[in-house]
Design a protein around this ligand. Sequence first.
Ligand SMILES: Cc1ncc(C[n+]2csc(CCOP(=O)(O)OP(=O)(O)O)c2C)c(N)n1
Ligand SMILES: CC(=O)[C@@H](O)[C@H](O)COP(=O)(O)O
Ligand SMILES: [Mg+2]
Length: 660
Amino acid sequence: MIPEDHPAAQSDTPHPDAPASGAQATAPALPDTLGTPLLDRISGPADLRGLSDAELVALADELRREVVADVARTGGHLASSLGVVELTVALHAVFNTPADKLVWDVGHQCYPHKILTGRRAAMAGLRQKDGISGFTKRAESPYDPFGAAHSSTSISAALGFAQGRELGAPTGDAIAVIGDGSITAGMAYEAMNHAGDLGTRLFVILNDNDMSIAPPVGAMSQYLTRLGETLPLAALKQVADGVESALPGPWREGARRARRLVTGLQGGATLFEELGFTYIGPVDGHDLPELLACLRAARARADGPVLIHVQTVKGKGYAPAEAAPDTYHGVGTFDPATGVAKSKPANAPSYTSVFGQALTAAAGRDPSIIGITAAMPSGTGLDIMARQFPRRVFDVGIAEQHGVTFAAALAAAGLRPFCAIYSTFLQRGYDQVVHDVALQGLPVRFAIDRAGLVGQDGATHAGSFDIAFLANLPNMVVMAAADEAELVHMVETAVAHDDGPIAFRYPRGAGRGVPIPERGEVLEIGRGRILREGTDVAILSYGAHLGECLAAAEALAGQGISATVADARFARPLDTDLIDRLVAHHGGLVTVEQGASGGFGAHVLHHLAASGRLDGGLRVRTMMLPDRFIDQASPAEMYAEAGLTAGDIAATARVVSGRG
Ligand SMILES: Cc1ncc(C[n+]2csc(CCOP(=O)(O)OP(=O)(O)O)c2C)c(N)n1
Ligand SMILES: CC(=O)[C@@H](O)[C@H](O)COP(=O)(O)O
Ligand SMILES: [Mg+2]
């Protein structure tokens, strides 16, 4: 983990606490480039199919340099993309994309794929406003048959294509590429379970680099390591020559028995074989000739689901990324010669680190506090607590559903669990939030990071819906932090709240730079606060847009309109006294939130309607995210597109004040 004040930890694109490192400054990080003669000849994957294997090897080398050069300029998910350079070349050379459907899990490793599929020039706008997405996206290319960004969907999607083909759809083969981190999620097993039962011809490439964002966790990860150790790479050569499962029955059994003797694997079959897949591997994912031989053999002979276990190195071929694949998972702009980040340090600590420190301090006082993360220890700041209290922090893998239910039972057992999950990923655990937590009234604390628009990860990662999907749940308390000091209070409030579930949300990136209290106060549940008194119009902020609301009030003052600014703090229970006072004493009310419709403003409107206050022509506007998905850009650009700048708020408040 890079200290927060290290320049490399303050990039413009990556997660706020662990981006690009300034490693290996003495030696060149990448050998000198010799140009890109082969890449210049490639206009699409079909051109790859005319190259010799030796040329493909040279092409992979050019491609790797290009990925580094591109990401150095824009930032992005570097290490994962570098690890699949050879695999990408091999897949496009062997399979007939786009008729064959290639589905990248998460899609954060798809930069070599984008370069080879007609988006080489567009890489200059990677993850930028009006540029291309950092993930696979159907609208972007026919070579992206299925969009992604949340993990572990690829096998289900590929199976859908494969089964579609069986039902007559004009689709070729279907190939899912899933990482060892992403295959920890339940969805992957649901899909394999189904695929094994259907027996449909399908290819799953398990890209095993022994890393998730952080080092991988779990029994599955240990199992894959054991597979790698017990199944010698050399044994694969035979398989590539004659895919075991394609052998006539008695020979196939013989081959299995022989392999059992060689590998000592219990029962002789891998977990994947037990699920009905032909298992091939492990294959060295950087040995392109071996990869090509293996994929060609599998493509020629597979008659059911096949899993090809490919071992790769995350960050392969770029020294800083190989040395620190977690840091280079997602990076800001950097100098490609050294790996040193170019971005400037932020002026305030990130919300994530403020949360991590406040929770760690609370955990020092209260041994019942438990931290739970779903494969995002540094992204959520739980790594801070883990360093001090390793036995009380659980990384459950990419398993949000399990994480929530696990937390529910910890709460039932009398502990104080904090489930720290990004807003966008909590979507995956929603039934568990409803059924296991809220319905049973269990005091799980939800620390919801990355609330609101997150920037360059774009629409897939926007934390838009949590207010709406939490604030309608009976038993749930729902808070939003207006700044980093409020976040510290909310951690303390959540610790003290044993009566039922409680959630607090806060955005990605740096705080507002307000003084941070050493220890938070326990807030009164359902009470907001007034920050600025005015008479003409009331602006009621919920969450981290408070700064924009205050700026709007300042702008209005310059126009002779006096605005009250209040911070609601709670979307559930609502501070109805505060709302009633605001509407009683002002010409109108504007609510502002960093969330989608159906959230805070909807609850305010509901209260005003139910209490009859709307009957007399009260002027109210609810400002929230628009009813559409907003593509990648900086958060400021995205909020501008959403119509949520301070200027937009001032303009709305002016109208509502009756003085505009
Ligand atoms: C549902 C969900 N939870 C969490 C994440 C965040 N996330 C993105 S990539 C990643 C690690 C993936 O590891 P792996 O599949 O092994 O790919 P690698 O980065 O190693 O290539 C995680 C946890 C996500 N995208 N989706
Ligand atoms: C691909 C993915 O889901 C993560 O890598 C994500 O991009 C991390 O986001 P932060 O940078 O906000 O932690
Ligand atoms: Mg991995």
